[in-house]
Design a protein around this ligand. Sequence first.
Ligand code: XLS
Ligand code: MG
Length: 346
Amino acid sequence: MAKANQYKFCFGPWNISQGGDPYGPTTRPEQSFDWKLDQLKALGFDAMMFHDDDAVPDIDNKSEKQILTEAKELKKKLDDAGLVAEMVAPRLWFSPMTIDGGYTSNDPKCRRYAIDRSLRCIDIANILDTDILVLWLAREGTYLRESKSGKRSVELMVEAFDKMLAHDKKIRLAIEPKPNEPMDHAYIPTIGHALAVAQLTTDARRVGALIETAHCILAGLDPADEIDFAMTFGKLWSLHLNDQNGLKFDQDKPFGSTNLRSAFNQVRVLERNGYGKHGEYVCFDVHPFRTTKSEQTLAHLDNSRRTFLRLVEKARTFDEARAKSLIAERDYQALDQMVIEHLLGK
Ligand code: XLS
Ligand code: MG
């Protein structure tokens, strides 16, 4: 198996989830944050991802001073455990203030809330010593297209991003596109949209992207091509690997669970483009199946990393010279079978 130390791995506390879905209650007991941190370390992962309220629970009811104090306590806990924070992301989809969206809400008070909370989140990122603010723009879209103007919404997002860039000269915004869910349609559905919006900001160099496999599939796109696209611009600053069986609810399956060949192609482009060389992490945004028993509550994380590392090995042992000559001969039939047999093993 390829050596783990060539890639750095992480996940978030929400990736050890309890199995609740819109049709039924949880199926596993809740575990404390400290327990999750211990498990992350025991599994040999390198970093943890944080929503702002993973870092500072109940953040909306705390003063700025209290938020900073608690973020410092968390930093100490991470230091003691020898772990780091990969990113911080404002959770802008729970509050009654974001029912109609955050930055694109039709209510100016709600837009103000979303921006203020994002600035607090940057303060937390500073204390946790990460320069990456992930923006999954969950509710920046509509259930009903007539309820908002698309052009105005893009302008409002740019205004919000500019305030974040001005708040801290080091922070980098990694936009995580997703085409739908919870909204009918989101305003930044793909990497192309994210990078285009970046160009409208006051410091486009600090606005990049995070790609999640499942989100690309939900947009009907190939995750490996999305990765290649972002990396051509030098803008892939984080990555959420998982899997998704076609156009349905966001499944966050273990990496490679649905489409091993697609997973291989994702790993192959990461290898080809040198992902990780500037300190980027491989994160698994995966969830246990609802049927998973408590004893196996970490298996999806360990398995995703195992599959990733096996595919790194497959990418490194792929007969590139033979592939090149088949491409030159335009024998894609043989190339197809070569990939299949390589994945099946001898
Ligand atoms: C949800 C997103 C979320 C982000 C972090 O679909 O993937 O988990 O990665 O806010
Ligand atoms: Mg994600």
